[in-house]
Design a protein around this ligand. Structure first.
Ligand code: SF4
Length: 459
C-alpha cells in the first residue's frame, strides 16, 4: 500500500510551493498562465457553506446534489480570516497537544496544505486500514469525503470517533446511487428474473449486487444483505470473478465506467452490459436485454475522471513524443482504451516510482495527486492530461481552516462533525467488506494492487 507517513518538512514545503491551491490563486490573479474551471475555486470553501445547496466549484459543480445532503455549519470567523501560516501553526500546535489521541488521514486527492498535516496518505480503503494501526487514537480525522469517513467508522472501534472536517464534503458519484433507487431497481429485477435467491443447476443466483467502495454505507449494507460484495478500483476484476462464480449476472454501481472497463477487459461484450437509468422503467432496457445481460451498469460517474478525453491523449502524444499515458479506470472507456495503461491511484504512483529517470507521463486523474507526483519526482516530466485546473469539488471543501477547527475542538474536549454508521447498516456493510477481503486477501504494506490493464512495458 502507498501509505505514506507525514513527509519531511522540506518535501512538504516544496510541494506546497507547487500546490494546486497556489496555482489556482496565481491563475485567478493573472500572475500565472493557465485556466481553471471556476473562478470561485480561489475562494475559501466556507463561502459555499451557507449558500445554495450544491457541490461547490470544481469538477462536480454541474451535478445535481440530492435533497437532504449534509450541510456544514458556518466555520467560526477566526478560521476563515486566518492566514495560511497561522492555520498551519494552529494545526501543528493542536496535533502536538493531542499527540497519540488523534490520527489524521489524507486522501490522495486532498489539497497539499492539508496533506502536509496527515499522518497517513493513500486511497480511501488504504486509509481506513491505516487507522487500524492506531487503535488507541480517540479520534480519526478523515480528510477526504463522506463515504470514506463512513468506511473508517465501519472498521474502527466503537470508542473511536471518526470526524469529517467539512460535512459538505460528499462525493457526487456516490450520491448518484441512493439506497431507495437501488432497492427499487432490485425489485424491478426480481420482476424480470423471478426469485433473486433461487439458484440454478450451476448453483448461481440470477444477479449479484456489487458496489464500488465509493458508495454510501447504506449501499454497502444493501449488498451485504443481498449476497453481494464491495470492490475497489484495484480489485474490481477479482471481485467480478467472485460474483460470476455465484451469479449469472452482476448489478454494478455506482460507477458505470469502472464496471464497463473492468468487465470489457474480462471479455464481457458491450452489448451484454446494459445501463440502468433509475429514472426509466426497467432502467431503460427491455426485459429481453436484461435477461441477456452479464453486467448491469448503474448510470453513475465521477465528474473528475469524466473530464478526460481521447483528444487530450492525442494532444499529449503530439506534444510529448514517448509520453506514457496512464489513466484511472473511472475514466470513460474510449479514454482507457486509448491510454497506455489504466489503474488505481496506487497503481499510478507505483508506475511512476518504477520508471527510469527522464520518463514523461500524462496522467488522467485528480489534479492534486498529479501535481504532487510532479513535485515529488522531478526526475520525470509529469503532467495532468486535462490542461484546465479543475479539482474534485468535494475534496476541495476540506481546507486547513476546517482541519484546524476540528482539531482545536478536540483539544477543548469537544467532538464535532462525527460520522457514525448505525448498527443495522454497519453489520451487513461489514459482511460485504469481509467478502471483498476474502475474495482478495488484504494487501500488506508495500505491494502494488492489481491494475485493470497492464502498464506500458517501459513503465
Ligand atoms: S474524485 Fe470523483 S469519486 Fe473521488 S470523491 Fe471526487 S467526485 Fe467522488
Amino acid at each position: 500500500m502507498t501509505i505514506a507517513p507525514t513527509p519531511p518538512r522540506d518535501t512538504a514545503a516544496t510541494r506546497a510551493a507547487a500546490s494546486v491551491d497556489r496555482a489556482i490563486r496565481l491563475i485567478q490573479t493573472g500572475s500565472a498562465a493557465g485556466a481553471t474551471c471556476s473562478p470561485e475555486l480561489a475562494k475559501g470553501p466556507w463561502e459555499f457553506d451557507a449558500g445554495p445547496i450544491g457541490y461547490g466549484p470544481g469538477s462536480s459543480m454541474g451535478d445535481v446534489i440530492p435533497t437532504g445532503s449534509p450541510r456544514q455549519g458556518r466555520l467560526p470567523e477566526s478560521y476563515r480570516t486566518a492566514t495560511d501560516a497561522e492555520l498551519h501553526d494552529r494545526i501543528r500546535a493542536a496535533k502536538a497537544t493531542l499527540g497519540e489521541r488523534v490520527v489524521v488521514l489524507g486522501h490522495f486527492y486532498q489539497r497539499d496544505e492539508v496533506i502536509e498535516h496527515a499522518d497517513f496518505v493513500g486511497d480511501s480503503f488504504q486509509l481506513a486500514n491505516a487507522a487500524l494501526t492506531r487503535p488507541d487514537a480517540e479520534a480519526i480525522v478523515f480528510c477526504g469525503v463522506h463515504f470514506m469517513a463512513e468506511t473508517a467508522d465501519l472498521l474502527s472501534t466503537p470508542e473511536q470517533a471518526v470526524i469529517l472536517p467539512n460535512l459538505a464534503a460528499g462525493c457526487s458519484m456516490a450520491d448518484m446511487a441512493d439506497e431507495s433507487s437501488v432497492e427499487e431497481c432490485w425489485e424491478q429485477l426480481e420482476s424480470v428474473y423471478g426469485d433473486l435467491t433461487a439458484v440454478d443447476a450451476d448453483g448461481r443466483v440470477p444477479v449479484i449486487p456489487v458496489t464500488y467502495m465509493n458508495s454510501s454505507a447504506a449501499l454497502k449494507g444493501f449488498v451485504g444483505r443481498n449476497g453481494g460484495i464491495v470492490c475497489t478500483s484495484s480489485n474490481a476484476k477479482t471481485v467480478l470473478e467472485w460474483a460470476f462464480e455465484r451469479g449469472r449476472r452482476v448489478l454494478f454501481f455506482p460507477d458505470q465506467h469502472l464496471g464497463r472497463n473492468t468487465a470489457k477487459a474480462m471479455g464481457v461484450p458491450l452489448e451484454r452490459m446494459p445501463m440502468w437509468n433509475p429514472r426509466k422503467p426497467l432502467g431503460g432496457s427491455t426485459a429481453a436485454e436484461l435477461d441477456d445481460a452479464r453486467v448491469i451498469l448503474w448510470h453513475g460517474f465521477c465528474s473528475v475522471h469524466r473530464r478526460f478525453t481521447v483528444d487530450q491523449i492525442a494532444q499529449a502524444r503530439a506534444e510529448h513524443p514517448g509520453v506514457q499515458v496512464i489513466v484511472h479506470p473511472e475514466c470513460p472507456m474510449p479514454v482507457v482504451d486509448a491510454a497506455d495503461a489504466a489503474g488505481s491511484t496506487d497503481f499510478i504512483v507505483k508506475a511512476i516510482q518504477a520508471a527510469p529517470a527522464g520518463s514523461t507521463f500524462a496522467i488522467g486523474t485528480e489534479i492534486n495527486l498529479v501535481q504532487r507526483l510532479a513535485a515529488e519526482y522531478p526526475q520525470h516530466e509529469i503532467f495532468c492530461l486535462d490542461p484546465v485546473v479543475c479539482p474534485c469539488s468535494t475534496m476541495y471543501r476540506i481546507h486547513p481552516g476546517y482541519l484546524a477547527w476540528v482539531l482545536e475542538e478536540l483539544v477543548a474536549g469537544r467532538v464535532v462533525n462525527r460520522i457514525e454508521v448505525s448498527d443495522d447498516v454497519a453489520d451487513p456493510a461489514r459482511v460485504a467488506l469481509e467478502r471483498m477481503l476474502a475474495a482478495k486477501p488484504p494487501v500488506p504494506a508495500g505491494p502494488v494492487p492489481a491494475p485493470v490493464a497492464a502498464p506500458a512495458a517501459e513503465a
